[in-house]
Design a protein around this ligand. Sequence first.
Ligand SMILES: [Fe+2]
Length: 570
Amino acid sequence: MPTPASLATAAHQDIQFKLVSGTWPAAISGEVIFSAPQMSGRIPYGIFDFGAVCGLSLQPGTYGSAADRFSWRARTINSPSKRLHDAAPELFRIGATGYASPFGAPNCANTAPLPWGGRLFATWDAGRPIELNPDTLEFVAEVGHIDSWGGPSMPGTTVLPFVLSSAHPVVDPERDCLWSAKLDMVFEPQFGLKPSIVRYDGDGTRVQHWPLEGVAFNGSIHTVSQTRNWVIFSDSGNFRVDPGEMMGGDRTVTVDDAAPVWLVRKDVLESTPPGQPVTPITLRMGPPAGHYYANWDDSDGITVVWEGMDVMDLAMYLRPDDLDVNGNPIDPAVVGLYNVAMAPETVVEVRFDPETGQVKDLGRFREDWAFNLQLSGIDWSLEGQTAPTYHHVAYQGSRPGRISARAARLYEDRIDRNLLREDTPGALATFRRGNVELASKWDYPDLGDLITSPTFVPRPAPASAGGSRYASAEPGGHDGWIVQPVFNDDGFRIELFDAAHVGAGPVATLRGDAGQNVPLLLHSAWMPTPDGLADVERLTFADELDEARRASVPHEHRHLLDLVIAEMAN
Ligand SMILES: [Fe+2]
């Protein structure tokens, strides 16, 4: 079974993990947080399902678990959207891009956890960030009144605004703010998306936004990156809206081999009134990348590690009637999952020169085994971002059973079918920052293993080291551990690696005490042991419910709005 069926069939649940091999380091601490869609089976493409959040405690005996057990908590994000859905699920229609309802477009916040100091947020590309209580993982608030985002992404008045955003806003450690993106749909002269930079200062009910002058594109800004002086946007290039498909036709839009990158100086934003346009510097970079991370220090240019997603089309997913690339029927267990990579993927270290517009490769890595580059583990401390040392990437290997014949036909002239005949092992790989040379690699030859988002956990530094809260004694990505989740129908497990020696194999492994499985997980992030909910002013659901938005809901359903307001007040 190349792709564990449990990805789609397991249910989110609390689990107590036990150590089954190796030695768990006494020094490790904090929580690894995972975002996930519910995988309720209700909608055809699981990544549009409502969000869940899972928390793994790295110290045993917490959150009610036994002294020798590690707590895994799974929580539904009970946002206003989810509460309205639960109050009247029959009102939520199901389409190719998720739920639609008389209340508007629900915010599913199922893609990435975002720790910010002691606070925690959950994000996705089609809604505003949602703040969670870092202790209980429960919903707290959505970020920013929709009017301060410049209104919804598509014209219209609804209670739940449709907001195309970024699944990876970035925390600015100097300004103590969050930088994100918002996209507005335009239909003239043709369909396109106009991006804005969004800033949230962490307190209050509003954000600020600045449209990018002269930019409209068909794509997404999955990741926002930054240096000390620049905000960096790129068209992720792997999810393009196909208006024909939205009207019920077959998909004909494909991803490009390169994508635009937009750079805007932070001081320009700070001197421009919110709502006024700013003009970016535009570069072009290939292959497109969903995830890219710039060094904080930009004194020698903007240095970025770029996780290329060559010929990766996340808008395609597996349908029940699909055949795979080799003509076999699609395994029912993978229906509703995304269509995986159709080529090996390229990791690039690159330097952008904003003065000249030059793009200089510092190193490029692509080998035939490097299929399905998934997600990466990096040191998010300011010190680690300033001088990164190691970049850890999980590859799932070639998985032809999850490539549809439809997708292969659409990309016929851009793929090598000889690399798509058989499943190949996944690997956790460490790249040296500066030139992305492969420093270390651990293979997963059991094809029943499917690895997902790795997380770097810093080794706690003595207080005398004087570093920032997230920093180890030797920041950069090698001084700590990698938490590597592994799906397998024989039981989900957590493997722990020494980040300096991934190739030596796991130093410890956890399994659920009853061999439990866990459904699809997306991004993960480490945060220190939480110490309560920050005391700041936040947006409430009631704040946005003006008369016009109420009036947009058919009269017979308006009482549900008050029901949710009352629920959230308790
Ligand atoms: Fe992502």
